[in-house]
Design a protein around this ligand. Structure first.
Ligand code: SF4
Length: 401
């Protein structure tokens, strides 16, 4: 590989730059990251950077068995989660103090992780800290390259109605939305919304019964479906109905990373269920549940978690799987990465084979959902909440009037 070969595509860092940093005294991943920015964005080049370190330094390079969450602590994610549970640590200051954080307030890496771990562990008592979330989750919309936002209402199982489509069209015209795009997750994206218009467009969409699609969040995104037995001559089960049921059960739950589901009505797999985090393929004799698929930077087919005869059992297993993922995955690990660490057999034992464990997971999930299953748009449309979305220049002008 020549020195000009690109290693980190996100930050445009080539092999020669990394080798120069190593020659200049960088002996670990953290130092290479700090000096070159390689591996600081999506992380998919981390293995290559470590290979360059190992090749250049030989035995002098020791790959850590388990990486610390960030520079604020020596503890790995697994240790932090375990100690939050074991010591009953219920706030961010308590975690940082008890676990010997090296900084007083944490950083942009550890705070979002701790915020999630505390939310997942203590749903009844921990209060979400918006300042510990990334900008998209804080604003409940995805920021675009020009500073505008995208707005994606939820469409349960990919279904919509003429009334909902009229409401979306009306909102697009009223707020002069420059682009309306159908997404890969079977919903509609309003692109180019000004930040100050967000609360009003949400209120208009809420009035038509539409809620946030969490397209910006580490949460349930979509449950993609095909038309299934209602309309398709090949359909074996009501895949659309099952998708809607799953989406209504799971929406609103915060997870370590985004979670996408799909349900196909037969093995022809028109909903592409076999590359989702959880994908169900309906067959004449029941439901084949696969997990751990991916179709992004990594492409991976799901692995069979279970086959069950009834829709009820399929739903319970999926809910238990999502809760186990919430309880034990590292923050920012997609399900397929978590599964690679813990093993499918370990997961299957708890969510399929041990019915008591499954029931307990489902109960814990439902307990958390009683608190978290709220539309974030509805909570931010009140006039007093709108100030957070008003540009400072407008506020200053109002104050001067
Ligand atoms: S997956 Fe099967 S049931 Fe669903 S639309 Fe395709 S052919 Fe029909």
């Amino acid at each position: 590989m020549p020195p000009e070969s690109e290693i980190c595509g996100c930050n445009g860092v080539c092999k020669g730059t990394i080798l120069a940093a190593i020659a200049g005294g960088a002996t670990d991943l953290g130092t290479v990251r700090a000096r070159t920015k390689a591996s600081t964005s999506c992380g998919s080049c981390t293995g290559l950077v470590e290979q360059l370190l190992a090749h250049s330094l030989g035995d002098a390079f020791r790959k850590p068995a388990s990486r610390p969450v960030c520079g604020c602590t020596e503890l790995a994610h697994e240790d932090v989660r375990r100690l939050i549970r074991a010591r009953g640590l219920k706030s961010m200051p308590a975690v940082m103090q008890e676990l010997g954080w090296k900084t007083s307030c944490g950083c942009a890496t550890c705070r979002p992780a701790l915020n999630f771990y505390l939310l997942a562990e203590w749903p009844e008592t921990y209060r979400d800290d918006p300042q510990s979330r990334f900008v998209n989750e804080r604003n409940h919309a995805n920021i675009q390259k020009d500073g505008t936002y995208s707005v994606v209402p939820r469409m349960w199982g990919g279904m919509t109605t003429p009334q909902e489509l009229r409401a979306i069209a009306d909102a697009a015209e009223k707020y002069q939305v420059p682009a309306v795009k159908v997404t890969g997750g079977q919903r509609i994206d309003l692109l180019g919304v000004r930040k100050e218009d967000l609360p009003r467009i949400w209120a208009d969409l809420n009035a038509a019964g539409l809620v946030s699609g969490h397209a910006y969040g580490k949460a349930l995104r979509t449950v993609k479906t095909c038309v299934g037995s209602d309309f398709c001559r090949f359909g074996t089960q009501d895949s659309t109905g099952l998708g809607i049921r799953l989406e209504r059960r799971l929406w609103g739950a915060w997870t370590p990373h985004k979670v996408k589901l799909a349900v196909s009505g037969c093995p022809r797999n028109c909903a592409e269920a076999t590359c989702k985090d959880v994908g169900i393929v309906c067959v004449e004799s029941g439901y084949e549940i696969g997990v751990g698929g991916a179709a992004g930077m990594d492409v991976k087919a799901t692995e069979r978690l279970a086959k069950v005869a009834t829709e009820d059992e399929a739903v319970e297993i999926v809910v238990a799987f999502v809760q186990l993922y919430r309880e034990s995955a590292n923050y920012l690990d997609r399900p397929y990465k978590w599964l690679a660490k813990v093993g499918l057999d370990w997961v299957r034992a708890q969510v399929v084979e041990d019915r008591d464990s499954r029931a307990a997971l489902v109960a814990r999930f439902d307990r958390a959902q009683a608190i978290f299953q709220k539309d974030p748009w509805a909570e931010r449309t009140a006039p007093e909440a709108r100030a957070a979305f008003t540009p400072l220049a407008h506020l200053a002008a109002e104050a001067a009037e």
